[in-house]
Design a protein around this ligand. Structure first.
Ligand code: ADP
Ligand code: MG
Length: 699
């Protein structure tokens, strides 16, 4: 047996168990060994019942003498009591409230290991354990395997299908007994420097910690074996990322010229003085563009930090060098908005911009496509319609992708293939810690705008319940009387944009007729045609419409500086990132802005989300809270987002190990101790990690 052996060859794994394991992605011995305990229990304090003292945590091996279920038998509501005894002949009573289900589990004569806190029931004069952990020791294991479960620090696994922690423990032990010691591919000098055990030792110790192990370290995932395996997982991942980057660096691309004329034109375009952060990131972008390799840069900046103007500056560099620019946005509204902005700032310089979205007629599209392919349009702005196969550019030099979290990697590629090797600038308002960003978007360099344009007042965020909605309405009214404008947003229920539209429509009628009969109210939702959307947006921009009732279609990008109130109804149904984005629609001008979060019923996490927003306007903090509340899987979205599927390591819990591993990996790839070391590592990554991490082009 070795690491590649299918699990079906392991004694005790029949077709049924193999099926359950496979459902968790576990098919080989190596997979199963990578399924590590999530917790450990110290069961080394093993005592005969007669020697137990009230108050201590102890492990007892005893036999079931009698079982009793009292109270309501149905719906498992009753109290389940078991009397245990051992060689010391004393009695210990185990009690389980709502334990009716145990009537089918524990039976007279069974040998059981119990673990829990010993108590003395002075009324009955008995030693008891309330809800002890227990494991039935008689079963399908071999001689000798019974001692795996008691009298030591015991690993606890999350059950797999119907396979219990105890069975998993037995299987792990069997495998570790039967396989040859495994090789260690991690460079020796790293192991020495970080004082890490070799792989074989680590694998054995993580499942069956040696006697002197520190339980606290184990349960914090920082015992030497755990550190080693977590480090290893990150290290290979980061090596793969580093290889991918160095390969991307070697591809020939456009070297844009940054001569005096180009600089003049960039300056001439600016409608305001850029912030220090904007200047810095533009410098990073310009250097990339001047280099003879394709730029792959991620521009992070909180909502309202001013990413658009930086993108426009990059566009000028490309156009002045005789190339075309594509700007890709996730929604029609945002594309329309960008088209408007770009036209305004680039039109001054005589550049031609054009918008292309899904709701254009066939003829409109035809015309645009023709202009694009002839090179008569300098900047094409659009939704995914822009990356359809039949759209051709004459010479695409720069692709700008806004709000990256909405676009899959595939779409990114689709656009890039339109130019020979255009430079790519990806922009996102979802700030994530730098190391995570580098890992997620491994082939991207990262620039951060960490400064807001001058004169912004922090948005005041308040929470209100729907029975106080009248106060919210009077507040909106007062703001409008002061010359401001407001948004009122309704939740989109993922499955049904139609339903959301109806809710918004209904509310629109209610607000425009009954609540604000004298105020111009507009309605915006995803089902409106492009023209209607544009005209509603335009009237809101011009200040003809004072209140815009909308679904979340306005979530990203919309920029109307005079709007100072954002009301979010049923705010409990929105995610943190979404609420932060919505709030970012206000606070874009000099006036004090407000965000009012109106809720109906809330559960605990909803309450936590609302509290976070009321407390903070810091996108980084909010993003981290979001990551914590939802977990990395949901936070980053599906596989498509490029999140590697880690097994032992946890990107949240183990960030500091990730940082160490990343530094070492970058160093190792840039300056390997020898050519041979590098070759070995590349081969190892190709064989073991490439498919899992989607590092398709490594090596
Ligand atoms: P985001 O990063 O969310 O895309 P925008 O690019 O839409 O932000 O910018 C938000 C608002 O701030 C816009 O109205 C923009 O014109 C304005 N703005 C951006 N940079 C500056 C600056 N340096 N000085 C003044 N206003 C700015
Ligand atoms: Mg933006």
């Amino acid at each position: 047996m070795d690491l590649t052996t299918p699990l079906t060859y392991v004694k005790g794994i029949g077709p049924a168990r193999a099926g359950m394991l496979e459902a968790k992605g576990l098919t080989t011995v190596e997979d199963l060994l990578g399924y590590v305990p999530f917790r450990y229990e110290d069961r080394s304090n093993m005592k005969p019942i007669a020697q137990l003292a009230p108050g201590e945590m102890a492990t007892v091996i005893a036999e079931v003498r009698a079982v009793k279920l009292s109270g309501f038998k149905r719906r498992s509501l009753g109290m389940f009591e078991t009397r245990f005894t051992d060689a010391s002949r004393a009695i210990l009573v185990g009690k389980w409230f709502h334990g009716g289900y145990l009537a089918n589990v524990l039976a007279e004569g069974m040998k059981v290991a119990l673990f829990g806190k010993v108590e003395f029931d002075s009324y009955a004069g008995e030693l008891t354990m309330l809800h002890p952990e227990f494991e039935i020791l008689s079963g399908d294991e071999d001689e000798g395997e019974a001692t795996l479960h008691v009298g030591r620090v015991v690993p606890i696994y999350e059950g797999v299908g119907k396979i219990t922690t105890k069975t998993l423990r037995t299987l792990m032990h069997r495998i570790l007994q039967s396989i040859e010691p495994v090789d260690d591919a991690l460079p020796q000098f790293l192991r020495d420097r970080l004082k890490m055990p070799d792989r074989w030792t680590a694998l054995r110790d993580i499942h069956f910690p040696p006697p002197e192990s520190d339980l606290r370290l184990l349960n914090a995932f920082r015992a030497p074996a755990q550190f080693r395996l977590i480090f290893e997982e990150f290290f290979w991942l980061e090596c793969g990322v580093a290889l991918k980057r160095s390969k991307a660096r070697a591809v020939p691309g456009i070297a844009f010229s940054l001569n005096g004329r180009v600089r003049e034109r960039v300056k001439a375009m600016l409608p305001f003085k850029p912030t220090g952060a904007q200047k810095r990131v533009l410098k990073e972008i310009a250097e990339d563009m001047a280099a003879p390799h394709p730029m792959n840069r991620l521009l992070q900046g909180d909502v309202g930090s001013g990413k658009t103007i930086v993108a426009a500056e990059a566009a000028v560099i490309a156009i002045e060098n005789g190339y075309q620019v594509a700007v890709l946005a996730p929604t029609e509204i945002l594309a329309t908005q960008h088209s408007f902005t770009f036209k305004q700032i680039l039109g001054k310089l005589g550049y031609v911009t054009a918008l292309l979205t899904g709701s254009f007629t066939g003829r409109e599209k035809m015309q645009l496509k023709k202009l694009l392919s002839e090179g008569l349009v300098h900047v094409a702005i659009g939704t995914h319609a822009l990356i359809q196969k039949d759209v051709e550019f004459k010479n695409l030099g720069l692709a700008i992708i806004d709000e990256q979290h909405r676009f899959g990697v595939l779409q990114r590629l689709g656009l890039v293939q339109k130019g020979v090797t255009p430079d790519v600038l990806v922009m996102t308002a979802t700030p994530i810690p730098r190391t995570l960003a580098m890992t997620m978007y491994g082939d991207l360099d990262v620039s951060v705008i960490d400064e807001m344009p001058p004169g912004r007042k922090p948005i005041v965020t308040k929470h209100s319940t729907s029975d106080h909605i009248e106060q919210v309405y009077s507040f909106i009214k007062a703001q409008i009387e002061e010359g401001r404008q407001a948004y009122v947003v309704y939740p989109v229920i993922e499955e049904s944009e139609t339903q959301a539209m109806k809710a918004a429509q209904k509310e629109y009628e209610h607000l425009s007729r009954e609540v604000f009969p004298d105020i111009a109210v507009g309605l915006m939702h995803g089902r409106l045609g492009a023209d209607e959307k544009e005209s509603v947006m335009q009237r809101f921009k011009d200040g003809q419409v004072k209140i815009l009732v909308s679904t979340t279609v306005i979530e990203v990008g919309v920029d109307v500086p005079n709007a100072s109130v954002m009301v979010v109804e049923q705010a409990e149904r929105f995610g943190l990132a979404q609420l932060h984005q919505l709030r970012g629609r206000v606070g874009r001008g000099a006036a004090q802005s407000y965000c009012l979060l109106v809720t109906d019923k809330m559960n605990d996490t909803a309450r936590e989300r609302i509290r976070t927003l009321v407390e903070s306007t810091d996108g980084f903090y909010i993003s981290e809270m979001d990551l914590k509340l939802r977990g990395p899987g949901e936070f980053f979205g599906t596989k498509q987002s490029g999140l590697p599927s880690l097994r032992i390591a946890n990107i949240l819990r183990d960030t500091e190990i990730l940082e160490i591993a990343r530094r070492d990996a970058v160093d190792f790839i840039a300056r390997p101790p020898s050519e041979d070391d590098l070759r070995r590592a590349v081969a190892y990554i190709r064989d073991h990690w490439q498919r899992r991490y989607g590092l398709v082009t490594v090596g």
